[in-house]
Design a protein around this ligand. Structure first.
Ligand SMILES: *Cc1c(COP(=O)(O)O)cnc(C)c1O
Length: 470
């Protein structure tokens, strides 16, 4: 399996060649040259597999330059009941006949990003051990991604994590999750500023090419291909959990921000998994919903991004969306390059009226959005009708999922975080505190370890140099 760029300007690469990289040299995203097709016999076999074994057979299709025995060991080490607090890893809750929640938030940081990030941590350690390399991950976070990366990379050989967050701007629970880590390779940096200041510092460091190269600065952002690949697995798993035979169709409702989660669903469908619909849900920040309804992709300036009660979906542009558009326009890299030259210049493109946009339905996509009031109503309704507490992001998916539900087709709503991470909105909706999962009750009283810094890229460079000793 080789990888090419969505903008057509990269010589084909192997999986391990693109694993540690970010954008392709031409500014595009790495995608497989073709999607592997799953035979009926394979699909029948896969139904019986454990999560770790399923992950291995799915990922084997995409990373054939890692020996199968090694990949199997990496998956077995990653998808354990110890890390995901359940043998099923992603159990399904059935609320009513044909209406299900696929639990993706049982990992260490209680959000679905752990599903991929936990594997990524082990993959990084594996390839760095082989190459003898050392990697310094530098990132900015306002919550879920940073903590998920830290829990995936804590204690890993060959990797340090420098994570910038806006001081005092994350929830108490999210702050405690990150700052309570005592691992020597995890560096939490609380920046006197807002999230955009943190992101600007990361950009400034990356723009210093000499520093970046000498310190092996890397990233684990949502465009990383291995993260998308690892997420394909749970679409298969969810399908098997709610169907009895492989001729049944299902629909998935996916709370979406950067389009990473639902991109994995799109690929599972392209591989031949019988998915009738991929139901994309946004909150008030509806760039993606707007595209799927109208054909217009209109990136917003960050000043126009609303701060909502499903904050992990508060995005101005969807960084993985280019991967889908590449397929939608018949894998025409030159065309993608033209479209994104407009997007990258802060503009927009419109596919309405083109044959490409007419294909959206063939790809199974439908969409919708929700508001804060919708989230409160959905959280209340699911709690009252089924006795199940869902978080604000899952509620966005649930609401839009029901709007597009089809008779006779099971609907699987993806759970992307646990309610405890967004306690304030749960209290507003239900008048009570969310349940704490076992082991998390004391998190907020643990000692915290972090460095406070001004919003200054030179300060973070000096800090990295001091701590890596180069
Ligand atoms: C990251 C995140 C999302 C959005 O997922 P994308 O892959 O960016 O579309 C939704 N919900 C939660 C809780 C998240 O952390």
């Amino acid at each position: 399996m080789r990888y090419v760029s969505t903008r057509g300007g990269m010589a084909p690469q192997t999986f391990t060649q693109i694993l540690l990289g970010g954008l392709c040299p031409d500014g595009g995203l790495a995608v497989p040259e073709h999607y592997p097709q799953i035979s009926a016999a394979e699909l029948a076999d896969w139904r019986k597999l454990s999560y770790a074994d399923l992950a291995c057979v799915v990922l084997q299709k995409f990373c054939d330059d890692i020996p199968v025995a090694d990949l199997k060991a990496l998956c077995a080490k990653t998808y354990t009941s110890a890390a995901f607090r359940t043998d099923a890893i992603t159990p399904v809750k059935t609320l009513a006949p044909g209406l299900h929640i696929l639990e993706l938030s049982n990992g260490p940081t209680l959000a679905f990003k752990d599903m991929a990030m936990q594997l990524l941590g082990n993959l990084f350690e594996y390839v760095l051990a082989k190459s003898g390399g050392q990697l310094n991950i530098l990132g900015a976070t306002s919550g879920d991604t940073g903590s998920s990366a830290e829990y995936a990379l804590r204690g890993k050989r060959g990797v340090n994590v420098f994570m910038l967050s806006p001081q005092g701007k994350m929830s108490a629970f999210q702050t405690a999750q990150m700052f309570s880590l005592q691992d020597a390779n995890i560096y939490n940096i609380a920046v006197r500023g807002v999230f955009d200041d943190c992101q600007d510092m990361v950009k400034a460091v990356n723009n210093d090419a000499a520093f970046k190269a000498s310190q092996n600065i890397g990233a684990v952002n949502s465009i990383n291909w291995a993260r998308v690949a690892a997420q394909i697995v749970y679409y298969f798993r969810g399908y098997f959990a709610v169907t009895k035979s492989n001729d049944e169709q299902v629909a998935f409702a996916v709370p979406s921000g950067n389009f990473g989660n639902i991109c994995a669903g799109h690929i599972a469908r392209m591989m031949g998994l019988p998915i009738a619909r991929l139901i994309l849900a946004t909150n008030e920040n509806n760039v993606l919903d707007e595209f799927f309804r109208t054909g217009r992709y209109r990136v917003r300036p960050s000043s126009q991004v609303a701060q909502t009660s499903s904050p992990s979906m508060d995005i101005s542009k969807a960084s993985n969306f280019e991967r889908f558009v590449y397929d939608l326009v018949g894998r025409d890299g030159a065309l993608v390059k033209t479209l994104w030259s407009k997007v990258d210049a802060g503009g927009e493109f419109n596919l309405a009226g083109t044959p490409y946009f007419a294909n959206v339905q063939e790809y199974g996509f439908v969409s919708g959005s929700s508001t804060h009031a919708d989230r409160l109503a959905t959280i209340r309704r699911v709690y009252q009708d089924y006795g199940v507490m869902i978080d604000t992001h899952t509620a966005d998916g649930f609401k839009v999922g029901l709007e597009h539900r089809q008779p006779g087709i099971a609907l699987i709503c993806l759970e992307t975080a646990l309610p405890v991470k967004f306690a304030e909105t749960i209290r507003e909706a239900l008048g009570r505190d969310p349940d704490y999962p076992p082991g998390c009750e004391k998190l907020e009283s643990l000692p915290q370890r972090f460095e406070v810094m001004d919003a200054d890229a030179d300060a973070v460079k000096a800090y990295i140099l001091r701590n890596t000793g180069r």
